[in-house]
Design a protein around this ligand. Structure first.
Ligand code: MG
Length: 247
């Protein structure tokens, strides 16, 4: 295996002075195999700031031949800013499923989509909005949508999930986070969702106060496999990026 798929040549890692967060004295050169004159300089300006942010800030001085050396090099002007930025980033993942039943509207991303069946649930069962809400709540460590809006509470019976999502976005911002980006995928065998994608993006963009360019929505079938493929339900997944920083 190793002969057939050899590992790329990597620069030898420099020795790090004692104290993992104190390598202020940095590293002048990374030894390079293969003759490439790659000199990746790692320098942490205020070393302990990186420690506070649990992040290593890497400054690349000259000869950024990271590509050749199969090394990811990040050039930052102010290491402190980099530490703050990276330390303030959070990702979140949300997943939700609702059953398809007769006699209900099919609401996805706030769009009422004509279909013989709709999603069952305590609220309007907007599985996409719920997945996005859980992604945001996960990233901000603020619990989950079931905790905030229990399906045993009559207050939320028939609720517009976009309104609930708006509350979640406000909560996340109250915690000091800015919402940077959201991407989603809906799994539905039927109906075809692409005609409604832009309307769903517009709705999410509006309720999240995000540029529409920062909201991605994709749709897929499951090739007739599983509960989605049997048209028993629809699922949605969402990821989001939050930043609690002065960027
Ligand atoms: Mg749900």
């Amino acid at each position: 295996m190793t002969e057939k798929f050899p590992m790329p040549k990597m620069p030898a890692m420099p020795e790090v002075p004692e104290g993992i967060w104190g390598f202020r004295d940095a590293v002048d050169k990374a030894g390079v195999e293969g003759g490439a004159e790659t000199a990746v300089k790692r320098e942490v300006g205020e070393a302990n700031k990186a420690g506070e942010a649990s992040v290593t800030a890497v400054e690349v001085g000259e000869a950024n031949k990271a590509g050749e050396a199969s090394v990811t090099a990040v050039e930052v002007g102010e290491t402190e800013i980099a530490a703050t930025l990276l330390g303030g980033l959070r990702i979140g993942l949300g997943y939700d499923v609702h059953a398809l039943v007769e006699g209900r509207k099919l609401i996805l991303g706030g769009v009422n989509i004509p279909h013989a069946k709709g999603l069952d649930g305590h609220s309007d069962a907007d599985v996409l909005a719920h997945a996005v809400a859980d992604a945001l709540l996960g990233a901000s460590r603020a619990g989950d949508i079931g905790k905030l809006f229990p399906d045993t509470d009559p207050t939320y019976a028939g609720a517009d999930s976009l309104v609930l999502l708006g509350h979640v976005a406000a909560l996340v911002r109250e915690e000091g986070f800015e919402i940077m980006d959201v991407d989603c995928v809906i799994a539905a065998q039927n109906p075809k969702l692409s005609p409604y994608r832009d309307a769903m993006r517009a709705n999410l963009s509006k309720v999240l106060a995000l540029s529409i360019d920062s909201v991605g929505i994709k749709a897929t079938t499951t090739e007739h496999l599983g509960f989605v493929g049997r048209e028993e339900g629809i699922s949605a997944q969402a990821v989001c990026l939050l930043c609690r920083c002065s960027c």
